[in-house]
Each structure stands twice: as C-alpha cells, then as structure tokens.
Design a protein around this ligand. Structure first.
Ligand code: HEC
Ligand code: HEC
Ligand code: HEC
Ligand code: HEC
Ligand code: HEC
Ligand code: HEC
Length: 474
C-alpha cells in the first residue's frame, strides 16, 4: 500500500518534470529559434530607447559603443549567445566563443564592459526587429521639426559688448565738440583783438555753457524733455522687471552644450533630467551620468579635451589608463568622487522660484502632458541652460502640437496664472465623464457656477482650482 502511494507520487513528479522540461524546450524554441524574424518593431523601438539608446545607435555611428547597423550579418555566435550577451555580457564571454572574444578585445579597453540588461529573450527579438528595420532614424522626439544646430554652427560666445563701443564713441565725440568750442572761442577772441576790440571776457566753462543754453533754448528744452521721458520709461521697465529673469544664462563650470547631446546625438531629456517625470524637481545629472558616455568620448569638436577633462578631474578618472584613481568607481560605482576626494561639479542654478511657491515637474510633464519646450524653449539648440523668453517659446507652436502660447514673462506669477486659464485638462475619454458633464450642465436645479464652467465643453486648469492661492503658495 505504502509502495503504491510512493510509486504514485513518483509518477506524478515525473509527469510534472517532463511537462516543465517540454515547456522550457518549447519556449526556448520560440525565443531562440529565429531571433531575427517576426519581432515587433514598435515594441522593439520602445525597448531600445529605454535600455540601449544611451550607448548604441541603430546606424553605424559609434556613441558609447559600436552602432548596431548590420549586426545580423556580424553576429556569428548564434541566437542563444546573443541573448546571453545582452543579459550578462561577462558570462557570455566565458563561453569562449571566438566572435565574442574579438568583441571584448576590440571594445572593452576603450568603452568598458557593456552593462547587463534586464530584458527577456522575447524583448531581444523585438529589439532586433527594430535594429534591423528602424522606421525613421532621423526623427527623434526631443527635436521634433527642428534641424540640429551642430557644434560648428553654434555662435562662438562674443565677449565684445557693443554698448561699450557706443560709450567710447560718445566720449570721443564730447571731447571733440568741447575742444572745437574752445578753439572757436580763442579764434573769435583773436579776431576781436586784431580788429582793435577788447578780447572776449574771461568766463568759466559753466558760465559759457549757461550762455550757450540761453541762446539755444528750444533745442535745449527738447533734449531735456527727451531725457526725462527716457528716464521714466527705463524706470517703469525696471520696476516691472523686478523678479523677471527672462534670458538669464549664467556661465557654467563646464561649457556643456545641449545641442550636441540632445540634437546631434539624440539623447533624450529624460536621460539626464529623469526626475522631471517622477518628482517636483527636474534635477541636474550627476557626474556618473556623464561618465556613462565620457568614459569613451574623451574629446569634443569644439573644446577638445579641456572641457571634458573637467569631468575627469571632478570624478577622479584617468583618461590615459581608463581607470578611476584610488580604486574609486570599482567599489560599486556609486559615487567615486567620495573615494577620490574630488570636488563635485558646481552647476549654477538658472531657474529659481521663490521659496513660497510650490511647483511640480511631474504634475506638468506627466499629468498635464506638457512639452518641456512649452516652459524652457527649444533647449535642443542651446549651449548651457537659460531661462527662455515667452516670445521665443511662442515661435515653437508649429513644431510642438498643443504648445500653449502665453504673453507674460516666464516664471512670473502672471505666467503661471495665464497658462492655467488657457490650458485644458484632458479627462479620461471613456464617455463616462462626458455624460456626467452633460447631465450636470443640463440640470436646471444644478449648481450655477458648475454650469457656467461646463458650458463651453472645456475644463481648464483654473476651473479645477488652478487659480487657488494655496495650490501654488505654501
Ligand atoms: C552602458 C552602455 C551600454 C548599454 C546600455 C548597452 N550596451 Fe550593448 N554594448 C556596449 C559596449 C561598450 C559594447 C562593446 C563590447 C564591450 O565593450 O562590452 C556593446 C556591444 C553590444 C553588441 C555587440 C555589438 C557588435 O558589434 O557585435 C550588441 C549586439 C549589443 N551591445 C546589444 C545591446 C542591446 C540590445 C542593448 C539594450 C538592451 C545594449 N546593448 C545596451 C555598451 C552598452
Ligand atoms: C549619452 C551619452 C552622453 C552623455 C550622458 C553625456 N555626453 Fe557629453 N558628449 C557626448 C558626445 C557623443 C559628445 C560629442 C563629441 C563630439 O563629437 O564632439 C559629447 C561632447 C561633450 C563635450 C564637448 C563639447 C565640445 O564640442 O568640445 C562636453 C564638454 C560634454 N560632452 C560634457 C558632458 C557633461 C558635463 C555630461 C554630464 C552632465 C555629459 N557630457 C553627458 C555624449 C554624452
Ligand atoms: C509648466 C512649465 C514647465 C515644464 C513643462 C517643464 N519645466 Fe522645468 N522648470 C520649470 C520651472 C518653473 C522651474 C523652476 C523650479 C524651481 O525653481 O523650483 C524649472 C526648473 C527646471 C530645471 C532646473 C532644476 C530644477 O529641478 O529646478 C531643469 C533641469 C528643468 N526644469 C528641466 C525640465 C525638463 C527636462 C522638462 C521636460 C521633461 C521640464 N523642465 C518641463 C517649469 C517647467
Ligand atoms: C547629457 C545630459 C543632458 C541632456 C540630454 C539634457 N540636459 Fe539639460 N542640463 C544638463 C546639464 C549638465 C545642465 C546644467 C548646466 C546648464 O545649466 O546648462 C542642464 C541644465 C538644464 C536647464 C537649466 C537648469 C537650471 O539650472 O535651471 C534646463 C531648463 C534644461 N537643462 C532642460 C533640458 C531639456 C528640456 C532637455 C531636453 C530637450 C535637456 N535639458 C537635455 C544636462 C542635460
Ligand atoms: C504652459 C502651461 C503651464 C504653466 C506655464 C504653468 N502651469 Fe501649472 N499646470 C498646467 C496644467 C496643464 C496643469 C494641470 C495638470 C493636470 O491635469 O492635473 C497644471 C497644474 C498645476 C498645479 C496643480 C493644480 C491642481 O489643481 O492640483 C499646480 C500647483 C501648478 N500647476 C503650479 C504652477 C506654477 C507655480 C507655475 C508657474 C511657476 C505653473 N504651474 C505654470 C499648466 C501650466
Ligand atoms: C499658478 C500658481 C500661482 C497661484 C494660483 C498664485 N500664485 Fe502668487 N505667485 C506665484 C509665483 C510663481 C510667484 C513668484 C513670482 C516671481 O518670483 O516673480 C508668486 C508670487 C506671489 C507674491 C509675491 C509677489 C512677488 O512679486 O514676489 C504674492 C504676494 C502672491 N504671489 C500672492 C498670491 C495670491 C494672494 C494668490 C491667490 C489669489 C496667488 N498668489 C495665487 C504663483 C501663483
């Protein structure tokens, strides 16, 4: 009896095991059988952008790793090893496969090991479908509609200030006018003497100037009026401009160039400012983020090694040997500069709302679905960050569908308020809300204020409370 039960469980266990083995075989067959055929391009593109695009391009170009164009013809090591390479490159290298060995010999010295990617075999299949067949390589989302301004086209910063030259000219002109007046007077005096009359009486400059002014009263009053009017206008603009920082663009410790990264190399804003999608702050990337690429990219076209060298100085990286000093970085690569004792890069803050204002990036970017450019302008053409001007932002309306055009200077309270009055909130389009709105709008006994809100079939941020002081003020 006992024997029978024992046999029974054994048979059951055997059945389960064979079933599992069969499943595994089947799934492997599905996953590894034809990795190059039948993947989903769209899904692959999303996966590629999320996991691979920071190092690889789908063209032949090298970013921080070889470009993946033509990988199908190159990759002679079979599907299984391809998946393993992507999931765990170092383990795949231990297989001793000759192609992978050549890959390691060729690239690891310069670029370091490829980091292990948390993707499944099916994901790899989709990614490869995209890599072999990228639908439109030249249209990154970040720079929709605008052509890249390359490093070579960027204006070199001009140290000359034209108003200085204007001032120099003005002083020069005054000196000439005064000397001419002096010469004129001496000559007139000499003429008087030669005619036998008495020379012009001695007079101080002030007395002479007063005399001249009395003789040219109309001209002097016109100039005076102009000067007063000018002072009033400048004074008014100055008062209205208190707290307005449009166009502010401080120098930065490293001459970072947004256009090189965002536009030429198609690095998404999210790669460096990812917390804009998750929190109040957009944040400035840490030096480690720069090192993901600059471990390999050691020279820039505009500044050569000097500017990129500052990243290395901050984090304690020796570009010659490609290693971190004092073993920094090997201890988990969290914050090598602690180990090295280096100074973190001190970026100067460009945008700065007063402490009494609450502003959340996530609320605007994720929930509100706004483009970064709606508040920051076409950053992909900038060098370092700058506070955009409303008039420049308004020009982007053709490039960014749904961009909201405003009139008040950026980052002022009027600007926030104006947009909250214009911006519509998109409600879930299940038909549920629409029906509810219709009923509320048409209900005779309903709330008068609510009905007014619903009349135009639009719900703005203001109507949801976006004008309440406490929403923005602590
Ligand atoms: C942190 C940078 C980085 C990321 C992210 C990355 N790779 Fe790589 N990859 C490399 C480097 C560097 C190499 C070259 C070999 C080496 O140095 O390890 C490489 C090599 C490869 C190769 C072989 C290229 C050839 O020419 O044979 C493939 C295929 C590959 N990666 C696929 C991927 C895929 C797919 C992803 C995303 C799921 C990905 N990689 C993400 C850095 C990266
Ligand atoms: C996704 C990869 C990537 C990341 C991340 C990255 N860079 Fe770059 N960077 C590049 C590439 C590619 C170039 C272009 C080199 C060239 O062709 O001129 C470059 C160029 C530069 C240059 C040189 C400009 C010139 O023309 O001389 C500087 C300075 C620079 N980066 C600073 C930074 C800083 C600082 C960070 C971190 C905040 C950073 N980069 C992050 C890829 C990257
Ligand atoms: C609705 C307008 C708006 C949008 C949309 C927006 N920002 Fe901002 N951004 C601001 C304001 C306002 C500040 C100043 C915040 C402060 O001083 O507290 C700011 C500050 C920043 C800063 C400085 C660091 C910080 O967190 O204060 C960065 C970087 C930044 N934004 C990047 C982005 C990126 C990237 C996006 C798109 C993903 C984006 N912003 C979208 C309004 C916006
Ligand atoms: C390769 C990394 C990188 C990428 C990609 C990148 N940025 Fe930046 N961003 C920086 C760094 C570094 C700074 C700090 C230096 C400066 O102000 O330029 C900065 C500064 C800024 C600032 C000013 C921050 C302040 O102090 O108020 C804004 C706004 C900004 N970025 C927006 C964007 C937007 C929008 C995008 C995408 C179109 C983008 N950035 C893409 C690295 C990046
Ligand atoms: C370009 C348009 C735009 C600008 C500029 C803008 N906002 Fe907004 N804001 C929105 C949108 C859209 C939403 C609604 C997001 C949603 O669907 O909940 C929003 C929502 C908010 C909310 C949440 C309101 C609520 O009812 O919960 C706060 C707080 C806020 N914004 C603060 C600010 C501040 C502070 C500024 C100025 C520094 C600002 N916003 C500038 C478009 C804008
Ligand atoms: C949509 C966001 C928003 C709402 C709603 C809002 N404010 Fe403001 N408020 C701001 C911002 C942003 C500033 C900072 C402007 C600056 O620094 O130029 C500000 C500044 C102020 C200041 C300081 C004035 C100054 O020039 O620094 C006062 C006072 C103020 N708000 C009162 C109010 C009152 C009262 C309400 C309600 C009727 C209100 N705010 C509603 C965003 C808002």
């Amino acid at each position: 009896m006992q024997q029978a039960i024992f046999n029974g469980t054994r048979t059951a266990r055997w059945a389960v095991q064979s079933f599992l083995a069969a499943c595994l075989l089947l799934s492997n067959a599905a996953a590894f059988g034809q990795i190059w055929e039948g993947g989903n391009v769209e899904n692959g593109q999303a996966l590629f952008n999320a996991n691979c695009a920071s190092c690889h391009k789908v063209t032949n170009e090298v970013l921080a790793a070889p470009g993946l164009a033509g990988i199908r013809d190159r990759w002679t090591s079979g599907d299984e090893l391809l998946v393993q390479w992507i999931q765990n490159p170092q383990a795949a290298a231990e297989s001793g496969d000759p192609y992978i060995k050549s890959l390691v010999d060729r690239y690891v010295g310069t670029y370091g090991w490829m980091s292990a990617q948390a993707v499944s075999a099916d994901d790899v299949k989709d990614i490869m479908a995209y890599v072999q067949n990228p639908p439109d390589v030249a249209a990154p989302a970040a720079s929709a509609g605008t052509d890249c301004i390359t490093v070579d086209e960027l204006p070199v910063q001009n140290a000359d200030n034209p108003s200085i030259w204007f001032l120099v000219l003005l002083v020069l002109f005054l000196v000439i006018a005064l000397s001419a007046a002096g010469v004129n007077r001496t000559l007139r005096s000499a003429v008087n003497v030669s005619k036998g009359e008495s020379p012009l009486p001695d007079a101080t400059y002030f007395q002479r100037a007063k005399g001249w002014m009395w003789n040219n009263l109309v001209f002097v009053s016109l100039v005076g009026l102009f000067v007063v009017a000018y002072a009033v206008v400048i004074g008014y603009q100055g008062l209205m401009g208190i707290g307005v920082m449009e166009g502010y663009k401080p120098d930065q410790p490293i001459k970072f160039i947004h256009s090189v990264h965002v536009c030429e190399n198609e690095v998404d804003c999210k790669y460096c400012h990812h917390s804009a999608y998750e929190s109040k702050h957009a944040g400035i990337p840490s030096t480690n983020v720069c090192m993901n690429c600059h471990k390999a990219v050691k020279k820039g076209r505009r500044y050569g090694e000097t500017e990129i060298g500052k990243i290395y100085a901050a984090i304690g990286f020796d570009p010659e040997s490609g290693t971190y000093m004092n073993g920094a970085g090997e201890k988990g690569f969290t914050n090598p500069q602690d180990d090295f004792g280096g100074e973190p890069i001190r970026w100067n803050k460009v945008h700065n709302l007063p402490d009494h204002v609450f502003f959340s990036h996530q609320q605007h970017v994720v929930v509100g679905g706004l483009h970064c450019q709606n508040c920051h302008g076409d950053v992909q053409t900038y060098t370092v960050g700058r506070q955009a001007r409303t008039e420049d932002i308004n020009k982007l309306v053709d490039d960014y569908p749904g961009l909201i055009q405003l009139s008040k200077p950026t980052l002022t309270m009027g600007w926030c308020i104006e947009c909250h009055n214009k911006a519509e909130v998109s409600l879930a389009s299940s038909g549920y809300y629409e029906e509810m709105h219709e009923r509320l709008r048409d209900d005779e006994r309903g709330n008068e204020e609510l009905r007014r809100y619903l009349e135009d079939d639009k719900i703005t941020v203001k109507e949801l409370g976006g004008w309440e002081c406490a929403k923005c003020h602590y």
